[in-house]
Design a protein around this ligand. Structure first.
Ligand SMILES: [Zn+2]
Length: 605
């Protein structure tokens, strides 16, 4: 039984190292391939040999990656199918744990390889740049033009950070993260006689009835407050483990370690501080403006006290029923196709190809995992999009977003190094997807009347502006946490409240001070993905620049967009941004005109 939505997808490039028929669920068949690579490394006597070796390793990684993706896709499309679950778990439990040390072994061999320096002399040929000679004429490749420079930097970093004694600490970290997830997922409330999860309660914050919203919000806040000590306890233990992990690796604090661990070579903690300051200076006035408008539209200015309260932020300020962009999912696809047809012929062709190959599973149905994702099939070099569309505006945003990721994968198809093709830096992946939300929204009339199209654009742009302060808050908080070792819970709460004062806007929390002080407990990333959040802010700045450029010259912007996507992960972040026509900067000078643009566009809607 084929549990995949798509049919047979041939490898984009025929295998030359991995056998045509191999069972990737059977470790004894995979292990010899790693063995061969380990032996062959010693026989590489030239840069060309080492490059061949690298590409064979890359072929193996892609084949394994696609196998994992196929099992994941089958499982999420059929959560009620025991066979799919078994196949997925088998790979996760029996193959992946054995895979990781062998991959790391190859990385270690690579870093120590005598031909490595020679490999770094290989220049990029694929994009036909003229070679650059040094002042002294020496044939020394500069990092920006060496074909394997980014790969080399990342692998070296990974190997250098590894400490045997950190393996157990990381397992402990993962267990605590799982405890956090379990605790969060277990919380329910009894709302008007019915037990509901906190996720289910979110819906009530969109209800026009203000008293009902308040009741729902208070119930959730109260439930969370009962767990304050548990959340803090988990977090205290996480900090302890993380500080020890950083010390073991020779870092003075976990922040500096995390920056290296996340491969942040192109920006520093000081750049992040500049981002926080820029948000405070340039974005907060726009947020306050939006809060004031919302307060008026909700009629709160006629009340005493007429402040915006935490339960007033998600409801439509004019009490209108939700937008209805489409009925059936087929309609969503054909209308999205029309948006891309109007935007760019090549991108439109990519989306059409995905339909032809059945690389979309978008409708919400029983037996499907929740949420949405885009997954690359690394050997066929095509993307797959998974969603649970039910006919909301959110679905339109999601399909445009995920299509942006899919265009990234399609654009980078000709890149032969798996690491470059499949793993561009997340800060840039999200430029690909967030740009597509903004560019696609220009043609959102395909889904709506003129008035509803403007309403959809308004919701989107308000979201874009509104997310910056939250990103700054979450990021600045973590900088504080990991540079203040030994802090008490009270000091931590005080640091958080200071950030809420700075970035919270004009929302009245009086009577709910404890909920405000512990609001960070609901931000999963702080617990499970430390420091991973500012990426979305950096990417949004890139996307806004792409959008601003498109208003001046749409054809050139789309060309740059496609060219930058085709680079995959082969360049450092500043070069990827530059190729897309953007500056890799997150200071006030960069943010200011972008927020002005968003504001002036909002004024037109
Ligand atoms: Zn994304």
């Amino acid at each position: 039984m084929n549990l995949l939505p798509f049919g047979k997808l041939p490898a984009y490039k025929a295998r030359t190292f991995v056998p045509q028929t191999i069972d990737f669920g059977d470790w004894p068949q995979i292990a010899p391939l790693f063995g061969q690579l380990e032996i062959r490394a010693a026989q590489c006597k030239s840069a060309a040999d080492l490059e061949r070796w690298l590409l064979d390793w890359s072929e193996l990684s892609a084949a394994l990656d696609e196998e994992a993706a196929r099992r994941y896709i089958a499982m999420t499309c059929h959560t009620d199918n025991a066979e799919a679950e078994k196949a997925y778990l088998h790979f996760v439990e029996n193959v992946e744990p054995k895979l990781k040390p062998r991959q790391f072994e190859l990385e270690t061999i690579y870093v120590a390889h005598p031909q490595r320096a020679e490999l770094l002399m290989i220049r990029r040929g694929e994009f036909h740049e003229p070679p650059i000679e040094n002042n002294n004429g020496a044939r020394r490749a500069r990092p920006s033009e060496a074909r394997y420079a980014v790969f080399d930097r990342d692998v070296k970093n990974h190997v250098e950070l590894f400490r045997t004694e950190n393996v157990a600490l990381e397992t402990g970290d993962a267990k605590l993260c799982q405890q956090y997830q379990k605790l969060t997922g277990s919380l329910t409330v009894n709302f008007r006689g019915v037990e509901k999860t906190l996720v289910q309660m979110g819906r009530f914050l969109e209800e026009p009835d203000r008293a009902l919203r308040q009741e729902a919000w208070e119930l959730v806040a109260k439930r969370r407050l009962q767990e304050v000590d548990n959340f803090d306890e988990i977090f205290d233990r996480l900090i302890e483990l993380r500080e020890q992990t950083a010390r073991n690796a020779g870092f003075k604090n976990y922040r500096d370690y995390a920056f290296r661990r996340l491969g942040r070579f192109d920006y520093t903690p000081e750049d992040c501080t500049r981002f926080h300051d820029a948000v405070a200076r340039e974005v907060m006035p726009a947020v306050r403006e939006l809060h004031t408008a919302r307060r008026r539209q909700l009629g709160l200015d006629k009340l005493h006290p007429g402040h915006l309260r935490p339960w007033d932020l998600a409801v439509d300020p004019q009490n209108r029923p939700p937008l209805k962009p489409f009925g059936q999912v087929g309609e969503m696809v054909s209308r999205t196709q029309k948006i891309f047809d109007r935007l760019d012929g090549e991108l439109a062709g990519g989306f059409r190809q995905m339909q032809d190959l059945r690389l979309l599973d978008l409708d919400n149905r029983k037996g499907k995992a929740p949420g949405g994702y885009q997954q690359n099939l690394a050997e066929a070099r095509v993307p797959f999009i998974f969603m649970n569309a039910v006919g909301q505006q959110r679905d339109v945003e999601t399909i445009l977003h995920e299509a942006g990721h899919a265009f990234h994968a399609l654009a980078a198809r000709d890149e032969n190094l798996h690491a470059y093709r499949n793993n561009p830096p997340i800060e840039f992946c999200e430029v690909a997807s967030m740009s597509m939300e903004l560019l696609g929204n220009e043609f959102i009339e395909e889904f709506y009347s003129a008035a509803d199209a403007n309403r959809a654009r308004r919701v989107h742009l308000e979201g874009v502006i509104g997310v910056f302060p939250w990103i700054a808050t979450v990021d600045a908080f973590q900088h504080w946490i990991y540079t203040h070792p030994g802090h008490s819970r009270a000091e931590r709460a005080a640091a958080w409240l200071e950030l809420m004062d700075r970035f919270g806007g004009d929302v009245d929390w009086s009577g709910y001070e404890a909920a405000r002080a512990n609001l960070w407990h609901r931000q999963l990333h702080i617990f499970t993905h430390p420091f991973y959040y500012i990426e979305y802010g950096i990417a949004q700045l890139g996307a806004l620049q792409v959008w601003a450029n498109s208003k001046r010259d749409q054809a050139k912007t789309l060309n740059d967009y496609k060219k930058s996507l085709a680079l995959g992960g082969s360049r450092p972040l500043p070069e990827l941004f530059q190729a897309a026509g953007c500056k890799f900067q997150f200071d006030a000078a960069t943010i200011k005109p972008l927020i002005e643009l968003a504001r002036s566009e909002l004024a037109k809607l």
